[in-house]
Ligand binder design. Structure first.
Ligand SMILES: Cc1cc2nc3c(=O)[nH]c(=O)nc-3n(C[C@H](O)[C@H](O)[C@H](O)COP(=O)(O)OP(=O)(O)OC[C@H]3O[C@@H](n4cnc5c(N)ncnc54)[C@H](O)[C@@H]3O)c2cc1C
Length: 391
């Protein structure tokens, strides 16, 4: 039978990052199995925003580590990430001003460049923007956006160049265990014995967990993006904006487009990541475009250019689920990134490689993300009531 030291299940931004960091750690024979192709899952649908404004301390720390890794991606990973620095303006809901202030203080303690600014500053940053009266305003000069395809394909290429084995069209259909230890995996055509198995299956996490009787509380939920073609020039000179007063986020997109998404959560419904409508509903488009025009009035004249839908992989507290299964040694999970995993993927891969090789992550502590937190009543607390995706 084929043998591996580690099998990684899923080749989105997470699985490719984990696999790459494992070969960098000389963790033996690493096999990365993907049921479709590299970066074909939720990573392909991402808005790819890279920010550090997080109200959850460990996630803010992970976002900072990851953004620094994206800034030096070529030197570290040997390829492109598509990272472009635009800065990000965060507009809080007026009722949540205290939470925003505390988040900025905590972010700054971690070394994140973040400051509370005024409406006059906003006009200087982007004259098109008119934030709601009384909304707290935060400027993050080092934020931007990247390219999931470039990140995943760089990690996958370097992984194979460094001796890793990548198999596409290879769906894991069984995870084998013996005596409280993981034994390996099976696909329809082969069995691979392995000392370690890492589940990085994005919105399919729950299904892959079920293969071994593991309950991973990850809800796949459809989310839509609209692109708009404005009549004015709109390029990377404009910042990313997350506006919780109007519950939208947006950024420049290639081709003079505005990429527009929704931050209104709480009524998200479970969906099937293998069978969903891959385009926004007309009602959603009208609603989200109206909300955008409140913060960027000039956008009211913009044409609808297109859009798509993808699947968030929502955990109960909108934060990642990372660690090792306590009842099955050698079985690890890196899932539940809740619509904000692209930016975290470089750091998550590094930390999971440490977890597998050293028995615990050392660059940052990932124990707050362990699966057991939900049963122990230690779910992470997020500050923004309806905008789980900001976490
Ligand atoms: C509309 C939208 C906008 C988003 N915007 C942002 C953003 O602005 N910033 C940000 O940071 N994040 C954003 N995200 C979230 C981000 O894209 C995800 O958190 C991230 O891509 C998750 O990566 P992943 O590798 O875990 O999942 P995936 O990319 O889904 O990868 C999992 C892989 O596992 C494979 N797989 C599943 N089952 C099996 C099996 N049995 N055997 C083998 N392979 C299997 C799948 O085919 C898939 O390729 C957004 C997501 C969406 C949908």
């Amino acid at each position: 039978m084929e043998r591996a030291d580690v099998v990684v299940i899923g080749a989105g931004v997470m699985g490719t990052s984990i696999a790459y960091h494992l070969v960098r750690r000389h963790a033996g024979r690493i096999v990365l199995l993907e049921k479709e192709t590299v970066c074909s899952g939720t990573s392909a649908k991402s808005s790819a925003i890279v920010r550090t404004h997080y109200s959850t301390r460990p996630t803010a720390a992970m976002a900072l580590l990851a953004r620094r890794m994206l800034e030096r991606f070529r030197e570290d990973a040997g390829g492109e990430s598509g990272f472009r620095r635009t800065g990000m303006l965060f507009i809080g809901a007026p009722a949540e001003a205290d939470g925003v202030k505390k988040t900025v203080e905590m972010n700054r303690e971690l070394g994140i460049e973040s400051e509370l600014i005024t409406p006059v500053d906003v006009r200087r940053i982007d004259h098109l923007l008119e934030p709601a009266d009384g909304a707290p305003l935060v400027w993050e000069p080092r934020s931007g956006y990247g390219s999931p395809h470039e990140v995943a394909s760089t990690y996958a290429r370097r992984f194979t160049e460094l001796g890793g084995v990548l198999r596409q069209a290879a769906e894991v259909t069984a995870i084998e265990t013996t005596g409280g230890r993981v034994g390996g995996v099976a696909t329809p055509v082969t069995r691979i014995a392995a000392d370690h198995v890492v589940i990085a299956a994005g919105p399919w996490a729950q299904r892959v967990g079920q293969l071994v009787g593991l309950r991973l509380p990850v809800m796949a939920s459809r989310q839509s993006i609209v692109t708009l073609r404005p009549r004015f020039a709109y390029d990377d000179g404009h910042p990313i904006v997350a506006d919780l007063a109007n519950e939208v986020y947006f950024r420049p997109e290639t081709g003079n487009l505005i990429l527009l998404g929704n931050t209104r959560h709480g009524d998200d419904r479970p969906g099937d990541p293998d069978d969903y409508q891959d385009r926004p509903d007309a009602g959603f488009v009208e609603d989200v475009v109206t909300r955008l025009s409140r913060v960027m009035p000039a956008s009211a004249e913009a044409e609808i250019a297109g859009g798509w839908s993808g699947m968030y992989e929502i955990s109960p507290d909108w934060n990642p689920i990372m660690g090792t299964v306590s009842a099955i040694s050698g079985l690890h999970y890196c899932v539940g990134f809740s619509g904000h995993g692209f930016k975290l993927s470089p750091a998550a891969g590094l930390l999971m490689a440490e977890q597998v090789v050293d028995g615990r992550a050392t660059t940052l502590d990932i124990t707050p993300y362990r699966l057991e937190r939900f049963e122990e009543g230690r779910a992470l607390k997020i500050a923004y009531a309806r905008a789980g995706v900001i976490a």
